[in-house]
Design a protein around this ligand. Structure first.
Ligand code: ZN
Length: 162
C-alpha cells in the first residue's frame, strides 16, 4: 500500500497523462489505489496522482461509504472523461490529500462518464447524487484541480473536526 500524498506536494497540481499500455503493472497500480483509498475517513475514491503516479486513472466505490447512496459499486476507470452532465447541487467534500479541511462545493447532479476498463475496452456509466460528486472530484485530480479550488466563498471552507 502506498502513502497518499497531501498538500503542498507539487505532484497534486500536475496534469496527468493518458494510459496507453494495459498490462500487469496497470493492474497492480489499480490494486494499490483501491487499498490506499480505504486508508482515510470516507475513502470512496482515489486518483492515481494522489499516489504520485501522473496517469489518468480513478477508482470510485460508493458502496464503501458510511452511508452508501445509490451507486454502481466499484468503478475502475482508466482515461475517464465526462461526456454528459446536468443540474447543479451543493454538497460537502473532503479529500485524503487535503486532510484537515472540508468544504461545500457545487457539482453537476448527474454525469455520464466514458472510460476504459483494465483490458482497454470502452465503457460508460451514469451516476447521480453523491456518486456523481465523487466521480467529478476524482476526475479533477487528473487535471491537478482540488476541491478547495472550487470553493465559492471562504466561509464554505471549514476545518475538519478530529
Ligand atoms: Zn481528493
Amino acid at each position: 500500500m502506498k502513502r497518499v500524498l497531501t498538500l503542498p506536494d507539487a505532484r497534486l497540481r500536475q496534469k496527468s497523462k493518458p494510459v496507453e499500455v494495459f498490462d500487469a503493472r496497470l493492474r497492480t497500480l489499480i490494486e494499490d489505489m483501491q487499498l490506499s483509498m480505504q486508508q482515510g475517513p470516507g475513502g470512496v475514491g482515489l486518483a492515481a496522482p494522489q499516489l504520485g503516479v501522473l496517469l489518468r486513472i480513478a477508482v470510485v466505490d460508493c458502496s464503501l461509504g458510511l452511508h452508501p447512496c445509490k451507486n454502481n459499486g466499484r468503478l475502475l476507470m482508466v482515461n475517464p472523461e465526462i461526456i454528459y452532465q446536468s443540474g447543479k447541487v451543493l454538497g460537502r467534500e473532503g479529500c485524503l490529500s487535503v486532510p484537515e479541511w472540508v468544504a461545500t462545493v457545487s457539482r453537476s447532479k448527474k454525469v455520464t462518464v466514458r472510460y476504459q476498463d483494465l483490458s482497454g475496452a470502452c465503457q460508460e456509466v451514469a451516476a447521480t447524487g453523491f456518486e456523481a460528486r465523487v466521480i467529478q472530484h476524482e476526475l479533477d485530480h487528473l487535471d491537478g484541480v482540488l476541491f478547495i479550488d472550487r470553493v465559492l466563498s471562504v466561509h464554505d471552507l471549514v476545518r475538519r473536526m478530529s
